[in-house]
Design a protein around this ligand. Structure first.
Ligand code: ADP
Ligand code: ADP
Ligand code: MG
Length: 507
């Protein structure tokens, strides 16, 4: 296979991931092309790119999911490759195929691999054939309720009813009682239909006290495949990840090695090319089962980058150019510990309702061991149309304890006003004994919800901030020029100081 350098990349995405991809392109001397919807004219990814093109109205179905428009823009701008980021068209085989037809390199796997692994039922079959352990359950679409009941009885309750095209934690129902089977089937089917346009369902045994552990893999076009170790993603809310860390506090070196080999075998069975993730579910006894493969860059990829020391986007691009992997499995090592917190525009006190709006002030954390992948700025209005992820805060420490302390410090420094965010909630996660001890599973948030949602002891900085805000409100009743221009008191005290003294005497 020939090697063909990529000179210009169109990034078919928005938000933090679009900027993250462009950063690697810039380091590689590759030009970048942004696409944006009407709602994203002032977005950071548009400013960051070398060129930017409007691709349609705000709803993603008319812009970021508009395949024709994106391919046209790639051609018009002379881009030789497209990076899809995550979400949107990243796991869409039609898009990957259309890129191929247009002579534009899709930075990701072939449409055939996406199809095989994107459909969870076909992925399960493929994995069974490859000798990879899968969660006990069905390998055919559920055709009728009667059949479903029969299967569930064979597998034994509790079970998960899942959508074959599922993603983002949607289209999934836990069934504990026989009487719930019918209603759960109908609910899962209708959610799958509306979310994915495909109502195919299958059944999996429910794994008790589960851990979500996934392995990052990289594969070149010549069949060389390596894994870059695991990410522990068991801190979840409604089956969606909230905090991720690596290494997992749960794994033993032996299990890590075996799972890594299993992940490589799974990727090879899918003829995989590029970066991908094999997700596993693990029980308390460290039995692990294949859950699904994500055929794209993952939200939480930076923790792997930090601990293994590999820029995954650069490797994706090099693989797309036809380069061989620059390392072998034995060259890859985990060094230290990394944690990621997803900072989301949500009101945690109001059932985690999305809370878009205008950011009036922002201070981001800096310093040793901190990475903040963000796309927002002061004065920026978060649009209502897309994901509410604002940024990802990633820290590294020599040990897990140091990484937790550093994350607490970084979250303390992170100040966003104007909108509600999950920052305080994430601080509480860092303070929860189950998290600190590394003894948590996917029930962690539910189990600790009372503690996580309480305010705790307000630290000094909160008190200072509250004081400043109240003083500002007190001052707002005056005409500022009158305070500034008033003569000092006999003792030489300025009028500002006098007001502050009067105010503190009141509270
Ligand atoms: P990760 O495993 O990378 O953390 P998530 O499941 O959190 O992935 O999803 C990453 C992004 O992709 C989120 O914005 C999510 O809403 C979106 N997403 C994932 N799967 C799908 C899907 N099948 N259809 C639509 N959006 C999806
Ligand atoms: P998605 O495509 O939405 O990411 P996954 O199959 O990866 O769906 O599952 C998402 C999460 O749902 C898992 O991380 C886990 O917390 C939970 N889950 C899924 N299947 C099972 C199962 N069989 N038993 C227990 N929990 C499960
Ligand atoms: Mg998943």
């Amino acid at each position: 296979m020939e090697q063909k350098p990529i000179k210009k990349v169109l990034v078919a995405n928005r938000g933090e991931i679009a900027i993250r991809v462009m950063r690697s392109c810039r380091e590689m001397g590759i030009e970048t092309v942004a696409v944006f919807s009407d709602a994203d004219r002032t977005a950071m990814h548009v400013r960051y790119a070398n060129e930017a093109y409007n691709i349609g109205p705000a709803p993603s179905s008319e812009s970021y999911l508009n395949i024709d428009k994106i391919i046209d823009t790639a051609k018009k701008s002379g881009s030789d490759a497209i990076h899809p980021g995550y979400g949107f068209l990243s796991e869409n085989s039609t898009f990957s195929r259309r890129c191929r037809k247009a002579g534009i390199k899709f930075i990701g796997p072939s449409p055939e691999s996406i199809e095989m692994m994107g459909d969870k039922i076909s992925a399960r079959k493929k994995m069974i054939a490859a000798g990879v352990p899968v969660v006990p359950g069905t390998t055919e679409k559920l055709t009728s309720e009667a059949k479903a009941i029969k299967c569930i009885k064979e597998i034994g309750l509790p079970v998960m009813i899942k959508a074959s095209s599922g993603g983002g934690g949607k289209g999934m129902r836990l069934v504990k009682l026989e009487s719930e089977i019918g209603s759960s089937l109908r609910a899962a089917r209708s959610e799958a239909k509306t979310s994915f346009g495909d109502d195919s369902l299958y059944i999996e045994k429910y794994i008790d006290s589960p851990h979500h552990i996934e392995f990052q893999i990289l594969a070149d076009q010549y069949g060389n495949t390596v894994h870059l170790f695991e990410r522990e993603c068991s801190v979840q809310r409604r089956h969606q990840k909230v905090v991720e860390e690596t290494p997992s506090p749960l794994l033993t070196p032996e299990v890590r090695t075996a799972m890594g080999e299993c992940a490589v075998a799974a990727a090879k069975a899918a003829n995989y090319e590029g970066a991908g993730t094999i997700e596993f579910i693990m029980d308390e006894q460290l039995n692990y089962y294949f859950l699904e493969m994500n055929t794209r860059l993952q939200v939480e990829h930076p923790i792997t980058e930090r601990v293994v020391g590999v820029d995954l986007v650069k490797e994706q691009i090099r693989i797309a150019e036809g380069a061989k992997l620059p390392f072998k499995q034995k060259d890859l090592k985990q060094s230290g510990h990394s944690i990621e917190c997803r900072i989301i525009a949500e009101d945690t006190k109001n059932n985690f309702m999305p809370n878009p709006g205008t950011i009036t002030h922002i201070t981001e954390p800096y310093g040793f061991g901190i990475r903040c992948d963000s796309y927002v700025y002061e004065g920026y209005t978060i649009p209502i149309y897309y994901d509410s992820l604002i940024s990802k805060l990633i820290v590294w420490g020599r040990t897990r304890d140091e990484a937790i302390d550093r994350m607490r410090r970084a979250l303390f420094e992170y100040k966003i006003t104007g909108i509600k965010t999950t920052i305080r909630f994430l601080e509480r996660i860092m303070d929860t004994p189950d998290f600190k001890n590394g003894t948590y599973n996917t029930h962690f948030i539910e189990k600790n919800s009372e503690f996580l949602l309480s305010d705790g002891i307000c630290d000094r900085s909160c008190e200072d901030m509250a004081m400043i805000a109240t003083f500002a409100q007190y001052l707002s009743q005056f005409e500022i020029s009158k305070i500034t221009n008033a003569a000092p008191s006999e003792k030489g005290e300025s009028n500002w100081k006098r007001q502050l003294r009067k105010f503190t005497a009141r509270i």
